[in-house]
Design a protein around this ligand. Structure first.
Ligand code: PLP
Length: 399
């Protein structure tokens, strides 16, 4: 008699990506011919800039269609190192850079190389959905550092210090933050850096939204703040968000050589090199004209202003305008206990289900990011689409 193949304990504990699951629900409605205002997905709607596409085509034609070094093309690792020198004054050699299949893969590699069973990893909450699952896959335990809306979703140095135990190995920082759009000021990060230096913990600083900031806000590259941090920090970023290159799957990590080497060993067994063609495209992105990044940032800023202006006028919605990334994270808890079209809204999940069913607006529940009472709207959609979707949302909320 045939028997179902048993699933490992590790695999059984992994949940599918919650944001991708929300997109699947919207797809089902679309398949019925319904227009869905899909504000759930975290990827720029712009095409990848033309000169980057052309570089990929040229790479193919030049025969760069084979394996590269497992840790990534030397030219690309050098370009990443140059980029951090140019923008942040950092001096990394190419052996301190690992190119991976997207920043998500870089984060997996960081965790796989630095933590395991018995270790604790600190995650400020709200947090990007994948962080907790990626930690659990290593056998380590994640510990959430709760933040409040009133304090701008920021952890404090005292809170960080109090959370550190002898088992603490790593802190996962993300500024600008998905889902809140929060950006730590330099002073706030310096205060956190002092705790990190004093306690000797490792930091994974996810700076993938570094270029997407608004209203004159500036980001800070965490590792630059104290000389000691060079030995304690792994910086993660990639081309997905700034260059509209989510599908190309190129991310990177910079850090101490022995950690980058350990991460590279894991990657060489799991995936070998990232896609050769995508690596040449990423090289063109980093080395080419950066005007495309600024043009997309400006468009995101206009959309942010539009979305914030509309949301703050809606009944029962409270919002602090995001300083970075491309998400509005707003409080919807005042609607809990209401019935919309026969559906009782009791939490962020039922709120978002009702918004999708009644207004055809697809949002992501705050609960998925560890923040009940909130919803996330991605403004990586055209202004016309955002306006029409916000009209539908407002009509529904006033119904
Ligand atoms: C905070 C954060 N980090 C990392 C990533 C991963 O990006 P990618 O794997 O496309 O490079 C994302 C994508 O949504 C993100 O929001």
């Amino acid at each position: 008699m045939s028997q179902a193949i048993p699933i490992s304990a590790m695999a059984a504990g992994v949940k599918p990506s919650a944001t991708l699951a929300a997109a699947a629900k919207a797809r089902a409605l679309k398949a019925e011919g319904i227009h869905v205002y899909d504000f759930s997905v975290g990827e720029p709607d712009f095409p990848t800039p033309e000169h980057i596409q052309q570089a990929a085509i040229a790479a193919m034609k030049a025969g760069h269609t084979h394996y590269t070094a497992a840790n990534g093309l030397l030219e690309l690792r050098q370009a990443v190192a140059r980029w951090y020198q140019r923008y942040h004054g950092l001096r990394y050699g190419p052996d301190q850079v690992l190119i991976s299949n997207g920043a998500k893969h870089s984060i997996h590699n960081v965790l796989a190389a630095t933590v395991g069973p018995g270790d604790e990893v600190l995650i400020p909450s709200p947090y990007w959905v994948s962080y907790s699952d990626l930690v659990e896959m290593t056998g380590a335990k994640y510990v959430l550092l709760e933040t409040s809306w009133h304090r701008g979703f920021k952890i404090t140095p005292a809170q960080l210090q109090a959370a550190i135990t002898p088992r603490t190995r790593l802190l996962m920082l993300n500024s600008p933050c998905n889902p809140t759009g929060m950006v730590y000021s330099r002073g706030e990060l310096e205060a956190l850096a002092d705790v990190v230096v004093r306690t000797g913990i490792t930091v994974m600083s996810d700076e993938i939204y570094e270029h997407l900031v608004y209203g004159g806000v500036r980001t800070t590259c965490f590792v630059t703040l104290r000389p000691e941090l060079v030995e304690q920090t792994i910086t993660v970023s990639g081309v997905s968000k700034s260059y509209a290159m989510t599908g190309w799957r190129i991310g990177w990590a910079l850090g101490p050589m022995h950690v980058i080497k350990a991460m590279g060993n894991i990657q060489s067994q799991e995936t070998s090199s990232p896609c050769s063609i995508s690596q040449y495209a990423a090289l063109a992105a980093l080395e080419g004209d950066q005007e495309c990044v600024e043009a997309m940032r400006q468009e995101f800023e206009a959309r942010r202003d539009l979305v914030c202006e509309r949301l703050t006028r809606m009944p029962g919605i409270q919002l602090q305008p995001p300083d970075g990334a491309f998400y509005a994270f707003f409080r919807v808890a005042d609607h809990f206990g209401r019935t919309f079209g026969g559906r009782l809204v009791t939490d962020s999940v039922t709120f978002c289900q009702a918004a999708l069913e009644a207004a055809h607006v697809n949002l992501v529940p705050g609960a998925f990011f560890g923040a009940e009472g909130f919803a996330r709207l991605s403004f990586a959609a055209s202004r016309a689409e955002l306006t029409a979707g916000l009209d539908a949302l407002e009509r529904w909320l006033r119904s």
